[in-house]
Design a protein around this ligand. Sequence first.
Ligand SMILES: [Zn+2]
Length: 69
Amino acid sequence: MSSADERALPVGTRVTANPLITCGHCDYCLQGRDNLCSNRTLVGVTRPGSFSEYLSHNARISLLQQGNR
Ligand SMILES: [Zn+2]
């Protein structure tokens, strides 16, 4: 797998994603300690979607699946 970049991915792109959503710009994120992000949310805990078939998710924290079509 490789990291998705900041650009929007085409609809239908298959990815896997960390359910921990971070801001990317607080002090913790800038130190690489994004698990402590001051603005973090978690899919399935603080926002819905963990059991949905489709989910809108930030490309910055998504990983492309190999063999993606
Ligand atoms: Zn942060």
